[in-house]
Write a protein that binds this ligand. Structure first.
Ligand code: NDP
Length: 244
């Protein structure tokens, strides 16, 4: 029997990068997986590539009405969600004194409010099932900050407080809520960095290299597994030692 046989898993923003690696890993381990992205066609074709039976939905995580509808649609199509991976995230970097309101709000709404909307919408089914695993994708930047990313750092630090608070509310119902804090991971999000910047950044990583989406997925699957049943409200750094 595979680790996630029969479990319904929703990975927000699973069309590429870390979310996609999580979706692929859950599928390999027997889960019924749903992903979402902002574009219906992209979400559907990514789902088809990830595996048979994977469902792709269009949903922008900054829209509470759409997120509620997403959670309901997954429950109708696959069954009530057992594992929720709040992965969808964006950056809108810039120095604070020049940061536009829109760049602040877009990052906060997608990265932080999106997780809130999804957890709230999934809560009833998780409480009814007396089972749930929630994993929020934070960041080393949420723990330590990063110049030029005040909005992103605030959203990722906010996710840590959110994780710890919600974990306390639902622990007695066999629902765990944890965060994973990746370091520099090779995805589209970090693809825009030029060679020189990347060299400086990876030079700061004790492991001496960027991480891979699969390495983050391994941590997410662990926190979603039965073996992690007694772990809640924690932040698991997966960063090659960057945040030490
Ligand atoms: P990518 O940019 O590669 O992928 C982002 C994913 O989020 C895509 O699937 C995208 O889907 C989706 N997405 C973006 N905005 C929305 C939205 N409003 N609604 C729904 N989906 C959305 O990012 P990564 O894979 O690198 O990052 C995944 C998570 O890990 C993020 O939360 C990120 O902050 C975090 N992280 C990443 C690190 C890294 O070094 N890469 C380091 C630390 C944390 P689509 O475009 O199809 O809408």
């Amino acid at each position: 029997m595979a680790r996630f046989d029969g479990k319904v898993v929703l990975v927000t923003g699973g069309t590429r990068g870390i979310g996609r690696a999580c979706a692929e890993a859950f599928v390999r381990e027997g889960a019924q997986v749903a992903i979402c992205g902002r574009n219906q066609e992209t979400a559907e074709s990514a789902a088809a590539e990830i595996g048979e039976g994977v469902k792709g939905y269009a949903c922008s995580m900054d829209d509470p009405v759409a997120v509620k509808a997403l959670i309901a649609a997954v429950a109708t199509d696959l069954g009530p969600i057992a594992v929720l991976v709040n992965n969808a995230g964006i950056t809108r970097d810039g120095l604070l004194m020049r940061m536009k309101d829109d760049d602040w709000h877009a990052v906060m709404e997608t990265n932080l409010s999106g997780a809130f909307y999804a957890c709230r919408a999934a809560a009833r089914d998780m409480l009814k099932q007396r089972y749930g695993r929630i994993i929020n994708l934070s960041s080393v930047v949420g723990l330590h900050g990063q110049g030029g990313q005040a909005n992103y750092a605030a959203s990722k630090a906010g996710l840590i407080g959110f994780t710890k608070a919600y974990a306390q509310e639902v622990a007695s119902r066999n629902i765990t809520v944890n965060a994973v804090a990746p370091g520099y991971i090779t995805t589209d999000m970090t693809a825009d960095l030029d060679e020189a910047t990347l060299k400086i950044l990876t030079g700061r990583v004790p492991a001496g290299r960027a991480g891979t989406p699969a390495e983050i997925a391994a941590a997410v699957l662990f926190l979603a597994s039965e073996e992690a049943a007694y772990i809640t409200g924690t932040v698991l750094s997966v960063d090659g030692g960057l945040g030490m």
